[in-house]
Design a protein around this ligand. Structure first.
Ligand SMILES: Nc1ncnc2c1ncn2[C@@H]1O[C@H](COP(=O)(O)OP(=O)(O)O)[C@@H](O)[C@H]1O
Ligand SMILES: [Mg+2]
Length: 313
């Protein structure tokens, strides 16, 4: 079967192919003979109820510095495609949300991965709150009185912006921290969104495990160990990738959330687990495929394309 596939992603010339999950998906699609087209989010347009974009044919190669060839731009109705990979990176802001509204017009006749309405309705740090028994004690608010109450009960906490990503502005605040007041003042000036305030999990020193679920089922995992002088395990912040197996608790987490993800059309999802606690369910543009392959894990790109092809037949 040959599928007509378009990828909506940030400029391909800027990606670091060694760690890019979208690139891994494109390589596998090309290997299977699917026809690839490419456009950036700023080329999307909605005319009437039809989303269109100036797309370019795309060829990919796993060679740094020479990883793609693009054809001429051609204005194309996105409903002409069998599959659209929604792979633009956060920030998850109004521009992103607008994209999901446009793509929603053609899904599921054109299979959008992930389902755009579900992406919009499942911000990574909010979707977890559907599973309170799996997550650490967590409060989402901007109200300093609420935060004071929570800190008193929890002791050391981690504070991070609700729509943050890549480890940006993640703070550990100890019970006696004297910078807390100033941090709150500064945050109120910079962000309009609430904080996520969460019990500090000391197990983070051993790593934050990224587990990929495809259509609600386990596909692969990689552990990310933070640098000794940083709280954050994100690889863009110096976190080190290492091979990882699943613990019984993690298998239980997957069994619990899998059916919900499948129902919502969230085909490619990356969850984060620290010391057996679920902290994030990443659905916008999850990563980890290449790190899992590099540490000797399964070929997640193959599992994802098997799942997409099954849905298209
Ligand atoms: N509750 C917590 N306890 C300990 N460390 C945490 C906690 N929450 C986040 N961290 C650290 O901060 C990193 C980034 O936080 P995360 O919630 O994953 O946000 P982001 O979306 O920015 O990746 C995590 O990988 C982990 O190293
Ligand atoms: Mg994270």
């Amino acid at each position: 079967m040959t599928l007509n596939v378009a990828v909506q992603m940030d400029p391909i010339e800027h990606i670091n192919i060694a760690g890019d999950s979208t690139f891994a998906l494109l390589l596998e699609a090309q290997k299977r003979g699917h026809k690839l087209s490419y456009y950036t989010p700023d080329r999307l347009a909605l005319e009437g109820r039809t989303p269109v974009a100036a797309v370019q044919s795309l060829q990919v190669r796993d060679i740094t510095g020479d990883h793609f060839t693009l054809g001429e731009k051609a204005r194309t109705a996105l409903s002409d495609f069998d599959v659209i990979l929604l792979r633009q990176d956060p920030p998850f802001d109004l521009a992103y949300i607008t994209t999901t509204h446009m793509l929603e017009r053609i899904h599921p006749e054109t299979l959008v991965v992930n389902d755009p309405a579900s992406v919009r309705n499942a911000p990574e740090k909010i979707l977890v709150t559907e599973f309170p028994e799996l997550m650490p004690p967590t409060l989402i608010t901007r109200d300093p009185d609420e935060i004071a109450r929570f800190r008193k009960a929890q002791g050391d906490v981690v504070m991070k912006p609700l729509y943050g990503h890549g480890g940006a502005a993640v703070f550990r605040i100890k019970a006696e921290d004297q910078n807390y007041g100033s941090l709150i003042d500064m945050f109120s000036n910079v962000w309009r969104e609430p904080w996520v305030v969460q019990t500090f999990l000391p197990a983070v020193a051993k790593g934050d495990k990224r587990i990929i679920l495809v259509d609600g089922e386990f596909a692969g995992a990689v552990n990310r160990v933070p640098a000794p002088d940083d709280l954050r395990s994100n690889m863009v912040r110096g976190g080190q990738a290492e091979a990882a197996d699943l613990t019984d608790r993690e298998a239980e987490i997957i069994r619990t959330i899998g059916p919900t993800l499948r129902e919502k059309g969230l085909l490619f999802v990356g969850i984060d687990v620290i010391g057996g606690y679920l902290t994030e369910i990443n659905v916008t543009s999850p990563t980890g495929i290449r790190a899992i392959a590099k540490t000797g894990g399964p070929d997640v790109a193959r599992i994802i394309w098997d799942a997409i092809e099954t849905k298209r037949t």
